[in-house]
Design a protein around this ligand. Structure first.
Ligand SMILES: [Zn+2]
Length: 663
């Protein structure tokens, strides 16, 4: 049996040696003219496993060869938006030439749609040919590639991979040509081009090829290039140190004309407007860099659920909060638990069912719950074993698909513990435990506690905080029954006990203790809205906002309509204030009163009362301006807007009480 050292060999060679079958290699010679949106490609695939080439319906095969001989290619209609080109026969090496006119860039492409579902698009201000857009013959399995991209002078473009050749024209009007190679097996090719100014930095590395850092920015934001290169370098060095060497020889930050951001191997494609936001370098950039390890370095075996978003959120977004302060980290954990508690009944899915962010309900588990799983796991096995496990996982699964089971195996090996129950309950159950302390009594130097949770109990390790005259003491107890009495030794004579006040346990927070947030309206199953002003333009703007805000169909009702599903009241300030009085609701809160052109707030209410949120706007235009930004603020209780810009926002405080200890 050959022993296959993973780190020493290029992944393609490794697969050749170990699996005795080289992955298919795709060569593309791409000519793109963004002004006319014309695309022409010569593609060679070797080995080709079948005689069908699936291409976007805008593209037509003009020539085809199998093993060096010309063959006929006939088109048949395929599934949505594609055609299947059937070659007269199969063979080892397939070469096809195809061309066509791409769709114009759709700047309004819905940010909630997954980008890979977009068609290939071109325009002088930016072209995007997504991996899932059928603009090249997909080998249908992991493959390596080489792409030579030719663009008119003034345009620059790239695909993921290492740059091997580049010609940038001067005044001669020649075309820009660049060649990229992806030597690690990958599952798709995204192509980006635009009127970019390229900034570059070469970083020498001790035991790896030098690293080429680049930004592809439009002239409007080229002043930001140095900061982005600095921070990209910092993140790559950070994760190379904690996980293992950065697995590629390049990394680029690419400005997108679309309002989104996502990561591919060796690059991240982020909306130009987003790149201007100062906090992006502090959060999203690190997240996208880290995806070169989790997701694009170790691939996700989706059959058991996507682990990569949770691990990336934990090691990037959450880690940065931990470094900022304990309060900031707690605030993020509260956000995850609050988002989960805001899901309507039945909407929660187990982590094994999470694929990618499509709806808020998926993000609450795929990002929040998965990240919390890693918080709990590190609390349980300790930081040293936790970090060892991640390095082991990385070295064992680079450029291969890995599952939650593979992660569990790495954590078990590094900690020497059986983690089957831990992973099983957090991955396979859609619900969350709701443990509580139902009785607490002082017994000499100990406290006797009765703990309870639901009928199908979780195996929990619960942090308890005892408040005494000498300060607070934290003790963790194991608890895996529906009801259990335990004794805990605590110094002094504590007066009260609080269950997990630091929120380190994934659990169902008591909805009555939770501040209402807009997500409860956005995700409501049967949302309702009422307009309290009469003017036609206000009514039209309110209707438009309601249609954009809710994820489920919304029904218009009268303001006083009885019912238990979430209600949104919209109107002009005077009409809103009058309606609040008429409905017996509390007045406009001081946090929002008189601020900006529009105010939005939720009303904390007693259990069983209709959940009510309010949108008050100075005029129809101010109401209309909320339609684009407001759906992004689901985790807030209140906001004040000036036009489309949020001036201020916040969450009403959490109501959490301790249980007094009986003496
Ligand atoms: Zn991500």
């Amino acid at each position: 049996m050959p022993i296959c050292p993973r780190a020493a060999l290029a992944a393609a060679l490794l697969i050749a040696a170990c699996a005795q079958a080289a992955p298919p290699h795709l060569e593309l010679d791409v000519t793109l003219d963004p002004a006319t949106r014309a695309l022409r490609v010569e593609a060679t695939l070797h080995p080709a496993r079948h005689a069908i080439v699936v291409l976007h319906e805008g593209l037509s095969v003009t020539a085809a060869e199998v093993d060096g001989e010309s063959v006929v290619a006939r088109a048949e209609p395929g599934a949505q938006g594609v055609r299947e080109w059937r070659l007269a026969r199969a063979g080892q090496r397939v070469r096809v030439v195809y061309e066509g006119t791409l769709a114009p860039l759709d700047r309004g492409a819905d940010h909630r749609r997954v980008l890979v579902a977009l068609p290939p698009m071109a325009s002088p201000e930016g072209s995007f040919l997504p991996a899932g857009g059928a603009w090249y013959p997909s080998p249908g399995e992991l493959f390596t590639y080489r792409v030579r991209l030719s663009l008119p002078a003034g345009q620059r473009g790239l695909v993921a991979g290492d740059l091997t050749e580049e010609r940038v024209p001067g005044e001669d009007g020649a075309r820009t040509v660049a060649t990229f190679e992806m030597r690690s097996p990958t599952d798709g090719i995204d192509l980006m081009a635009g009127p970019y100014v390229v900034a570059e930095r070469i970083v020498e590395r001790a035991e790896a090829p030098s690293l080429r850092l680049r930004s592809y920015f439009t002239p409007a934001i080229s002043a930001l290039a140095k900061d982005y290169l600095d921070d990209s370098q910092r993140y790559i060095e950070r994760y190379s140190k904690s996980i293992g060497a950065y697995p590629f020889a390049s990394f680029s930050v690419v400005a997108s004309p679309l309002p989104t951001g996502f990561g591919m191997p060796t690059l991240t494609y982020i909306g130009e407007a987003v790149l201007r936001l100062p906090f992006i370098r502090a959060t999203s950039l690190g997240h996208e860099v880290l995806h070169n390890w989790w997701g694009n370095g170790v691939y996700v075996d989706y059959s058991g659920g996507n682990w990569a978003e949770g691990l990336t959120t934990f090691m990037a977004d959450y880690a940065y909060k931990e470094e900022a302060s304990a309060e900031a980290a707690r605030e993020m954990r509260l956000g995850w638990l609050r988002d989960f508690a805001a899901l309507p009944p039945g909407a929660a899915k187990p982590l094994t069912a999470f694929r990618s962010r499509a709806h808020g309900a998926d993000a609450a588990t795929g990002y929040g719950k998965a990240a919390m799983l890693f918080v709990m796991l590190r609390d349980q096995i300790g930081t040293a074993a936790f970090d060892r496990a991640l390095r082991r996982f990385w070295s064992e699964h680079q450029f291969r698909s890995a599952s939650w089971d593979d992660l569990r195996a790495a954590f078990e090996a590094a900690s020497g513990r059986d983690l089957a129950v831990f992973f099983k309950q957090w991955l396979e159950r859609a619900d969350a435990p709701a443990p509580r302390v139902v009785a607490a009594r002082a017994k000499g130097t100990e406290v006797e506690l009765t703990l309870a949770q639901g009928e199908s109990p979780y195996a929990l390790r619960i942090p308890l905080v005892f408040d005494g005259t000498d300060g607070a003491f934290t003790r963790s107890v194991e608890f895996s029954h529906a009801r259990e009495t335990v004794r805990v030794g605590v110094p002094g004579s504590p007066a009260a006990v609080r269950l997990d006040p630091d929120l380190r346990l994934w659990r169902a927070l008591d909805p009555d203790s939770l501040p209402p947030i807009l997500r409860q309206w956005i995700l409501a199953r049967a949302p309702r809205y009422a307009v309290v002003s009469d003017a036609d333009d206000v009514r039209a703007a309110a209707e438009n906002l309601a249609q954009r805000l809710f994820e489920s169909p919304v029904r218009r009702v009268e303001p006083a309509d009885a019912g238990t599903s979430p209600l949104l009241l919209l109107g002009l300030p005077a009409d809103i204030d009058a309606a609040l009085v008429r409905l017996g609701l509390p007045p406009r809160p001081s946090d929002v009163a008189g601020r900006g052109s529009a105010q939005v707030w939720t009303i904390p209410r007693a259990p069983g009362d209709t959940p009510v949120a309010v949108v008050s706007a100075r005029d129809a235009a101010s109401l209309h301006a909320l339609a684009q930004p407001l759906p992004h603020y689901g985790s807030q209780s209140w906001l004040a807007f000036d036009g489309r810009r949020a001036l201020a926002r916040g969450v009403w405080p959490l109501r959490a009480q301790g249980l007094a200890i009986e003496k």
